[in-house]
Design a protein around this ligand. Structure first.
Ligand SMILES: [Zn+2]
Length: 410
């Protein structure tokens, strides 16, 4: 019976993908003409689902299933409508469309609380040098100095807001109060290969991993590639290679993820022993305490390698995000929703990627459901989901809303 609705969701995802600043590809950034067009379309679909709609102070699009007699704080469901450059159609957008369709299906059912659906206008941070602008405004963690940040054309966020029809002086003044919100739910594509490997349409998210990013510089001694014997060298590149493999082994051993994603030899040459190599490390875990301890241990290992090879190692922590666990009670309810819907015990998994729930966790409890995506590919035009999985996700979200209603009804 819901097959039609999942087909509508697929169609709407295609329609939204037409609102792009790059013909033939999908790029939709904050406060652009395409942002306005996409939110116009979303607003029309929200109205069709019986929702009351409005745009907030930073350009997020809202729809409310109004409760005649709200005895409980508001439930918020959402995701983001902006994209990276040359994006896929489902990252963010699928979660918004699922929310609208779920509320459409529940149009005749009276809830003891308002249910809000939100399309956050910026999560990716593609235009300005900051991410999660939309959800930060809602959650009360919007930083006023972001208004001065400029895009590549030199247009500040405040100027872009004025151009869009918003008053930057009022940005985020309509942040929600913790006491008037009961929870934030988000359905999102997994952006990883776990659900596919486990042959599952959906999975319950346990939390969003914390991350640390380091910049390393290994210094040795540059020298002639032909004349200096191997045992008399301090080769920075060989040191870096050994460190990278040590990082991989350490991560495997301790169930972390760690990536050396950038590496440069500033004065590399075919006939010179590398004197300096710079590289980065991105390391993540859901367990914040474990991440802190393991980073300390790993850095000590890298120092040992440097010392054994007569190299010096400088390290700098340049980015850090704390992990955000999903609320235990919401995980359990999502699990029940999945079980009701799929007749299968739910699969639980952590999110390695950041989401709007990171910002919303400052406001309220968060709960997330992941939907399988083809080969785990995202941030790529090849991003794909299948309609059967969308159907399962839609039913799970509907069951979840009914379970929350049941919980509230007591
Ligand atoms: Zn996303």
């Amino acid at each position: 019976m819901t097959r039609t609705d999942s087909n509508i969701i697929m169609q709407r995802a295609d329609e939204l993908a037409q609102f792009t600043s790059t013909p033939g590809a999908l790029t939709r950034t904050y406060l652009s003409k395409q942002h306005k067009q996409a939110h116009q379309a979303l607003s029309e679909w929200m109205v069709q689902a019986g929702l009351e709609t409005w745009q907030d102070s930073v350009g997020n699009q809202w729809g409310r299933k109004v409760s005649a007699n709200p005895t409980q704080p508001t439930l918020i469901i959402g995701s983001h409508s902006d994209t990276v450059v040359n994006a896929g159609k489902y990252d963010g957008n699928l979660g918004i469309l699922l929310g609208i369709s779920a509320l459409q299906q529940l149009i005749d059912i009276e809830f003891p609380f308002h249910v809000d659906i939100v399309a956050f206008a910026d999560e990716e941070g593609t235009r300005f040098d900051t991410t999660l602008i939309g959800s930060s405004a809602t959650a009360g963690v919007f930083q006023p100095d972001w208004l001065e940040v400029e895009d590549k054309q030199g247009i500040s966020m405040a100027e872009a807001m004025l151009e869009f029809g918003l008053d930057p002086k009022k940005a985020a003044l309509d942040a929600r109060e913790p006491s008037e919100v009961q929870a934030y739910l988000e359905v999102h594509i997994e952006q990883g290969p776990v659900l596919e490997a486990e042959d599952r349409a959906v999975g319950v998210v346990t939390g969003i991993a914390g991350a640390k990013r380091y910049q390393f510089s290994v210094k040795g001694m540059a020298g002639h590639a032909g004349t200096v014997p191997l045992e008399m060298r301090a080769d920075a590149m060989c040191g870096m290679a050994q460190m990278t493999l040590a990082i991989e082994a350490f991560a495997k051993q301790n169930s972390l993820v760690a990536t050396v994603g950038k590496c440069e030899l500033p004065s590399g040459s075919v006939n010179v022993i590398p004197g300096v190599v710079n590289f980065t490390l991105d390391i993540r875990s859901l367990d914040q305490a474990k991440l802190d301890d393991y980073c300390e241990a790993l850095l000590a290992q890298l120092d040992d390698i440097a010392e054994q090879r007569g190299l010096s190692l400088k390290s700098e922590l340049f980015y850090e995000a704390e992990s955000v666990p999903c609320a235990e009670s919401l995980q359990q309810l999502w699990g029940s929703a999945v079980e009701l819907s799929t007749k299968q015990a739910p699969l639980f998994l952590a999110s390695g990627a950041g989401h709007d729930a990171l910002a919303m966790a400052h406001l309220t409890e968060v709960g997330m459901l992941f939907v399988r995506c083809d080969k785990g590919i995202s941030h790529n035009p090849r991003e794909a989901v299948n309609v059967q999985d969308v159907e399962v996700a839609l039913d799970c979200l509907k069951q979840m809303l009914l379970l929350l209603k049941e919980r509230a009804d007591g």
